[in-house]
Design a protein around this ligand. Structure first.
Ligand SMILES: [Zn+2]
Length: 120
């Protein structure tokens, strides 16, 4: 019986996916902003987001022509586990590179985002 709990750890097993997760932890971020901050092709980022969505740790919300990504921290068991994992991760790594620079760049990026990302 699959409950999805171990898939979360697989989803976090590559640093790039952890970087994405930290960026969207308290935010709703469009793919263009993720491309600009992470400096990777959109196809690469979309592939990683696909893995994260299948593990149910990322939700995608479509508004008009744009899709915004955020952490799934809803009131399900997976959402609550993900929230706790992200809280633990970020308390240990938010002042470490590359996460520190990623967050600084996202805060700059949101000012030039043309589709109004919500960055906390
Ligand atoms: Zn944006």
């Amino acid at each position: 019986m699959q409950n999805g709990f171990s898939e979360i750890l697989f989803a976090y097993s590559e640093e790039i996916r952890l970087r994405i997760a930290i960026l969207i932890q308290n935010s709703e971020v469009c793919v263009n902003c993720l491309v600009d901050v992470l400096k990777l092709p959109q196809s690469t980022i979309s592939r990683h987001i696909g893995i994260m969505r299948r593990a149910n740790i990322v939700k995608a919300e479509r508004k008009g022509a744009n899709t915004y990504y955020s952490a799934n921290i809803n009131n399900t068991e997976i959402g609550k586990l993900n929230k706790d994992l992200l809280k633990t991760y970020s308390s240990h790594i938010k002042n470490q590179e590359p996460f520190l620079t990623d967050m600084k760049n996202l805060l700059k990026q949101k000012d030039v985002c043309t589709v109004d990302c919500k960055v906390a």
